[in-house]
Design a protein around this ligand. Structure first.
Ligand SMILES: C[S@@+](CC[C@H](N)C(=O)[O-])C[C@H]1O[C@@H](n2cnc3c(N)ncnc32)[C@H](O)[C@@H]1O
Length: 430
């Protein structure tokens, strides 16, 4: 009996090899193709990281690279979208945005990664979505064919006993720099650019401005007033910094606000003029399917976590800050209140409190540990000396990249060195 992730990989193998596979045939095929797939993964990883001058929109036309993308990059990228969608759902109004009838636009869809990510999210979350109408755009016909095929296969594969939404997909062959002409219909509730922006205008000096024009033309015409625009990019320094610059430009040129990961819509401190070496990315733990682990061991990769950069925008002014406060309030209800928590304060934020995103791993040194926070007051290293550990700041030891936290009484030694002291209140929100 295949577990869910192997059963999903079987679907991808069936797409590549064009036939239905029994569990046994799938395992023996996967075993026999392992070294070939690993070769493709090594080549593609090298292009995406060290040989970026070779990145091109026709990359996935190469059969070896295409198979590698489907078996290896597809399941990893799909998982990232689900984390981002869960963060939207965590907002107190979250379920309202996953309402009865949804429209989704996947730009640069490749073989349908984000489409299937969205379907898989709906399969995992008990939501009131009754109908999902998807549109997918790519410049490669073979990608659109795979996207259509996998979309249909996924709907057959997903648990038939579940009341799954009715789902439809329309694909468009389009070159993004030429504009997007879609059938005039209702606007989209979600527009996703998954790992495509870093492939646009690579040879152009003002590529951030040009990407901004492409994204703006699409969201201005197609994003519903209560919709979300989701940009996902690889976590490399170069691609992440370019995403952050694009984020700043989109905010500057429009009424869009950031939903996540940032807890503010001000300029990003990691790409401030004087800052040439910082960047920001996510790094989430996951346990890869055994086939991916085998490929990793052949290639020499380590995929015990998923790294990616992203930015989610909306026009309603909603922020992951409210999601953090809301989730923490729900926890307090479940666990019984700590006497120091006033529930009203929790939802609005306690008087004098600030909200941060943790944007680094924990740095352990003798007698102290530190982590980087980012919030509306900037980005700084926040340190707690061991001797300042107290019940008010005990969440500090559990801090991890990506967490949303609230503090009251953070001590600022200078603009780059902030301290959690015994009396500083610190609470992990989500
Ligand atoms: C790395 S793949 C990403 C696929 C998928 N969205 C994902 O997240 O896994 C980039 C995709 O963007 C498409 N693409 C690149 N440049 C494009 C362009 N100028 N116009 C339309 N699609 C483009 C490529 O064909 C490819 O399918």
């Amino acid at each position: 009996m295949l577990d869910r992730s192997d059963s999903f990989l079987k679907l991808l193998f069936e797409c590549i090899y064009g036939k239905t596979l029994s569990s046994d045939t799938f395992y023996s095929l996967a075993q026999s193709k392992l070294s070939e797939i690993a070769r493709g993964v090594a080549e593609l990883s090298d292009i995406y990281t060290r040989r970026r001058q070779c990145v091109s929109k026709s990359l996935l036309n190469d059969p070896l690279l295409r198979r590698a993308y489907l078996i290896y990059f597809f399941p990893c990228n799909l998982f990232k979208l689900k984390i981002i969608l869960k963060e939207i759902l965590a907002h107190p109004k979250g379920s309202r945005f996953l309402k009865r009838e949804l429209r989704l636009l996947d730009v640069g869809c490749g073989p349908g990664t984000q489409l299937l990510g969205f379907l898989d999210f709906l399969a995992e979350e008990p939501l009131a979505t009754g109908w999902l109408d998807c549109v997918a755009v790519d410049s490669l016909r073979a990608n659109l064919q795979d996207a259509q095929h996998l979309f249909e296969q996924y709907l057959r594969w997903v648990d038939p006993s579940r009341d799954f939404p009715k789902c439809t997909l329309q694909t468009y062959l389009a070159e993004l720099s030429q504009g997007l002409l879609l059938e005039p219909k209702r606007k989209f509730d979600f527009i996703i650019f998954g790992n495509v922006l870093n492939e646009l205008f690579l040879e152009t000096e003002n590529r951030i401005e040009q990407r901004c024009e492409v994204v703006s033309a699409i969201w201005k015409q197609w994003l519903a007033p209560e919709g979300f625009l989701i940009l996902i990019e690889p976590a490399l320094k170069e691609t992440s910094r370019e995403l952050l610059l694009l984020r700043d430009l989109l905010l500057e040129k429009s009424d869009l606000k950031i939903y996540s990961p940032c807890v503010h819509s001000l300029r990003c401190p990691a790409v401030a003029r004087e800052n040439l070496s910082d960047w920001c990315h996510e790094d989430r733990a996951w346990s890869p399917p055994s086939l991916i682990q085998k490929i990793d061991s052949l290639v020499g990769n380590r995929k015990s976590s998923l790294k990616y950069s992203y930015a989610v925008f909306n026009r309603m002014g909603l922020s992951v800050r409210e999601a953090g406060l809301w989730q923490s309030q729900k926890m307090a209800f479940r666990g019984g209140y700590d006497q120091s928590d006033n529930p009203a304060d929790l939802l609005t934020g306690q008087r004098g409190s600030q909200i941060w995103r943790v944007v680094s791993e924990k740095i352990e040194e003798k007698g102290k540990s530190s982590v980087y926070f980012c919030g509306s007051e900037g980005r700084a290293k926040v340190t707690r000396l061991k001797k300042h550990t107290s019940s008010r700041n005990e969440d500090f030891k559990r801090l991890d990249r990506g967490q949303v936290v609230t503090t009251t009484g953070l001590k600022k030694k200078n603009s780059k060195d902030w301290r959690v002291e015994s009396e500083t209140q610190l609470k992990g929100l989500m």
